[in-house]
Design a protein around this ligand. Sequence first.
Ligand code: PLP
Ligand code: TYF
Length: 398
Amino acid sequence: FFATVEQVPGDPILGLTDAYNADTRPTKVNLGVGIYYDESGRIPLLRAVKQIEQQLAAEAKPRGYLPIDGLAAYTSATRELVFGKDSELVAAGRVATTQTVGGSGALRVGAELLAHTLPHATVAISNPSWENHRAVFTAAGFKVVDYTYFDAARHGLDFDGMLADLAKLAPGTTVLLHACCHNPTGADLTEAQWKQVAALLKEHQLFPFIDMAYQGFDKGIAEDGVAVRIVAEAGIDSFIVANSYSKSFSLYGERVGALSVVAADAAQSRAVQSHIKRIIRTIYSSPSTHGAALVAGVLGSTELRAMWEEELGQMRTRIHALRAGLVAKLAELGAPEFAFIQQQAGMFSYSGLSRAQVDTLRDEYGIYAVGTGRICVAALNQGNLDYVAKAVCAVSRS
Ligand code: PLP
Ligand code: TYF
């Protein structure tokens, strides 16, 4: 049956981890995949997560099915985190939130919903974007186009280019926006820029699809969610937010995410939710229990929530310090041109290194970065920072 099946290429980012794991050099460093590692180079198990896990284990509850749209305590806590405590949209019953299999699952279920409801679905994604955005929307039947986002020469946002491209899109086009900590560039919009974008989206009748995979990783939980609130306040009556707890709870493998669909009124919201349930029923029937119980347990407890917020704060502070440390070290080595790394937000930095330089980093130093020059700053630590800075300096001079 499979004689004619040909091998397809694997995910370039996840493939890097395989290559890194196979590398036997003790000095190797994996700056490829977007994972936050702690100072000892491990994926942290957050204190609040550990505590709730112990509580849940002690309770030893049976594992029945969750409803198709997930654990109610999880979806309501998520809605509050994503839209804010005082959200008028939430109060009006206009937000339908569904537990999904990670942020990726939210993107796919959201894309399926739009593919069913929008004729000739087209999505515009930033250039560049997380590669899976293109793949997910294509798989759901979308035509995918780009909008200008990054100015490689200035290592920052090309805001005028972004506005100009968005203004050219046909009404009804879906626009995929990174709420914060843009993957892969680390270039984010300011609040004032978000307001301009939101006004443009409304004027041109574009459909915002906000992907928030790194809430709390740059400035703070509410601060990093500002795009959602600005789009809501712009009076755009329908939009989508996909969020993920993979990074903010360090629960990558638990696959905890959510899809929130904002509709014009509560009745529309209920109808939309019924479609989402139908989509999920025909893919995986219902989500899994454990990760959602962990997140809901932490968010629902004053004590554990404070503990989580504190630890998330420590993670983002550490990332800022790593950026500053890398920039300082590079400057000390005679490479002050990397100062822009400190202006970028979140885990990632578009380092400006070429594909050939990335290859040299890997071959000569055992340092793995994405071919586009993206590095994960959150994989640095005091033990590897000098080594990485020296290598980056050396390859940038080659
Ligand atoms: N969106 C972006 C921009 C991401 O970087 C990621 C990373 O993993 C995701 C979505 C997906 O998150 P998850 O791992 O929860 O599926
Ligand atoms: O961009 C990253 O590195 C993370 C992790 O197919 C990731 O978002 C990468 C590729 C992928 C799934 C997750």
